[in-house]
Design a binder for this molecule. Structure first.
Ligand code: 13P
Length: 247
């Protein structure tokens, strides 16, 4: 199974549902439709409306983050996995570099993953080295650390997807070379297989993915799909990614 996940970040109003509607119609008619899943993570403001609207359609809806405690708490502006699941969303991103840079620690991320899984959300756990890590040849150790400090063997690996997003590639138009990606994704899968003692969860790539570079990624065996930022705000650009992937 392949995954194409669109992360809208701080984008979208109710009528932006038109973008997803076009993608949904494409997906329903696509001859390759059984080979992949499409998931979108709109902002919290749109979560309930979109999750209800797409309940019996092809696109699944998820949140971009969640709070690390169950049910309710007295934390202003926080939204718990329980509340996210209650409005019909099925997924949540956890550990996006935007949130890590705002203070999400490994301990917080571990709690988030735990509570999200407990509340029946599937977790898209984001990891990635920054520019300095890459320059200092620390990519492998940073990624291993990000995985092993947060994910536990007892977590259900079937409900976890790992998204590898090099921070220096997000929104910059810069992407790793094919060789770098082959090595890095193989390393990530090795760490995950070792941790879970069986098969690795799916591993996605994210960072400046678009219709023109997706063909290079499809040649890399250990990439099971994509987490797409900028190009997910246009139905045409998002559909082009899927079309070119299966060309
Ligand atoms: P871009 O596709 O805009 O580089 O964003 C990637 C990302 O951060 C998705 O979560």
């Amino acid at each position: 199974m392949r995954y194409f996940i669109g992360n809208w970040k701080m984008f979208g109003v109710p009528k932006s549902i038109n973008i997803l509607n076009k993608i949904n119609s494409f997906h329903s008619k696509d001859k390759n439709r059984r080979k992949y899943r499409v998931i979108f993570t709109p902002p919290y403001t749109l979560l309930e409306t979109y999750a209800k609207y797409f309940r019996n359609k092809r696109i699944s809806i998820g949140s971009q983050n969640c709070y690390q405690k169950d049910l309710y708490s007295s934390n202003t502006a926080a939204v718990s996995p329980f509340m996210i699941r209650a409005v019909g969303a099925k997924y949540t991103l956890i550990g996006h570099s935007d949130n890590r840079s705002e203070g999400d620690t490994n301990d917080m991320l571990k709690d988030k993953v735990k509570f999200a899984l407990k509340n029946n959300l599937k977790v898209v756990f984001c990891i990635g080295e920054n520019k300095k890590d890459k320059k200092n040849n620390r990519t492998f150790s940073v990624l291993k650390n990000q995985i092993t400090k947060v994910l536990e063997k007892k977590f259900n690996r079937n409900n976890i997807i790992v998204a590898y997003e090099p921070v220096w590639s997000i929104g910059t138009g810069k992407i790793p070379t094919k060789k770098e990606l082959e090595k890095t994704t193989m390393h990530i899968k090795k760490v995950l297989k070792h941790l879970f003692k069986t098969k690795s969860p799916a591993v996605l790539y994210g960072g400046s993915v678009d219709g023109s570079n997706v063909e290079m990624f499809k040649e890399i065996r250990d990439i099971d799909g994509f987490l797409i930022g900028g190009a997910s705000k246009s139905s045409k650009k998002f559909i082009d990614i899927i079309k070119n992937y299966y060309r």
